[in-house]
Write a new protein. Structure first.
Length: 373
């Protein structure tokens, strides 16, 4: 018994660039469609409830076996599978290994690949470099948040963290905040902050300044973005928050729980994903190495400080089920957790672009695979 030929498209990093992976406007549009589908429930991810971020493989602090890697900062492997419906109707999985010790080796902290599969047969359709894909889809999410949650006249933007995610996020926020005039950048690594400053000055007609503290970045800002890495957990004091402030959080943040619960609107990318964490992990859920602010809300619920009735999904805002704001002075936290549906959507769009432009290398899985009867 034989089966038909199966081919798939391989896209290296330059192929991805040529196919438009860095097109932030298109990425923001795709992420908006993803949130619409999440609000409708037209998706499936892994886990017991079909809402898992992914399955993580980590190493022990003190391995018993010779040669086994030892736990370290940001050291893990993760598989992130998902199906996305709508016009996509595709299955994909992002796979990555992460290790902060990569940096001295001049490698990215995380090295990622993405595979797309036919949702019916399971046959591979594409296998692609995913570092830029992941960074840009992560950056695009705050851009969607700014588009639907920020005040239209927002002029001052504060960026906490200027690494790869901070950079892609800055582009997305500026694309969604047409009235922006000033960008303030804070990063513990001044060199990193200066690189982002130079890039923004070159690409945008803005005042871009480096500041020396988290407080300087937050005070008087209309939008701030958290994009720190590792165990960084910037403390945002209530006295620093301007009325109407939007906080987009791609990483951890430290907030006063009583003030936040009573005075801040809490909006997430997909609350069901956080609910699934309860079945996968144990309290405290807000482990800093995860860098996921929505887990902080889980801790507050576990501690009896609040219920999840006050938490809203951005997809419901986009689909008109709930309002973004009840008052112009509302302070909003938009907490992001990273979901494989993002990678599936953006990977599929870049794949389609590649097909249209004849980009990539066609590889053969088999001519005719032989199977036992």
């Amino acid at each position: 018994m034989t089966t038909p030929r199966v081919d798939f498209l391989f896209l290296n990093e330059q192929d991805m660039i040529d196919a438009g992976v860095l097109n932030m406007n298109q990425c923001i549009d795709e992420m908006t469609e993803v949130f619409k589908l999440l609000s409708k429930g037209d998706y499936v991810m892994g886990g017991k409830l079909g809402n898992s971020h992914g399955i993580v493989l980590s190493f022990p602090d003190e391995p018993e076996h010779e040669g086994m890697p030892k736990n370290g900062p940001d050291r893990r492997f993760c598989a992130m599978p998902a199906y996305l419906g709508g016009d996509y109707r595709i299955v994909g999985c992002k796979w990555y290994g992460s290790n902060l010790d990569n940096i001295p080796k001049e490698l990215p902290r995380s090295i990622l690949m993405m595979t797309l599969n036919d949702a019916d047969t399971g046959a591979p359709m594409a296998h692609m470099s995913a570092n830029l894909l992941s960074a840009w889809r992560t950056g695009a999410i705050p851009g969607v948040g700014v588009k639907y949650l920020a005040k239209p006249d927002s002029k001052v933007i504060g960026l906490l963290g200027a690494g790869s995610i901070g950079t892609s996020t800055a582009e997305a926020i500026l694309n969604s905040a047409p009235n922006a005039e000033v960008v303030k950048i804070y990063d513990v690594e001044e060199k990193t902050a200066r690189i982002l400053q130079s890039r923004l000055l070159e690409e945008y007609n803005l005042e871009v300044v480096l500041v020396n503290s988290i407080e300087e970045a937050v005070r008087d800002s209309d939008i701030i973005n958290l994009a720190t890495s590792g165990e960084a957990n910037p403390r945002i004091e209530k006295e620093w928050m301007k009325p109407g402030l939007l906080i987009t959080a791609s990483s951890s943040g430290n907030f006063d729980p009583d003030h936040t619960i009573e005075n801040v609107r809490l909006i997430v990318d997909n609350w069901k994903m956080y609910q699934d964490v309860v079945h996968e992990d144990s309290y405290p859920y807000n482990k800093l190495e995860m860098g996921v602010l929505g887990r902080l809300f889980l801790d507050w619920i576990h501690e009896g400080r609040m219920t999840d009735e006050i938490i809203m999904d951005i997809g419901d805002v986009i689909n008109g089920k709930v309002p973004a704001r009840e008052s112009e002075d509302d302070v909003i936290i938009f907490a992001l957790g990273g979901q494989p549906v993002y990678d599936v959507a953006w990977g599929y769009r870049v794949y389609q672009n590649a097909l249209e432009k004849g980009i990539g290398t066609k590889l053969n899985l088999w001519e005719r695979a032989y199977q036992a009867r």
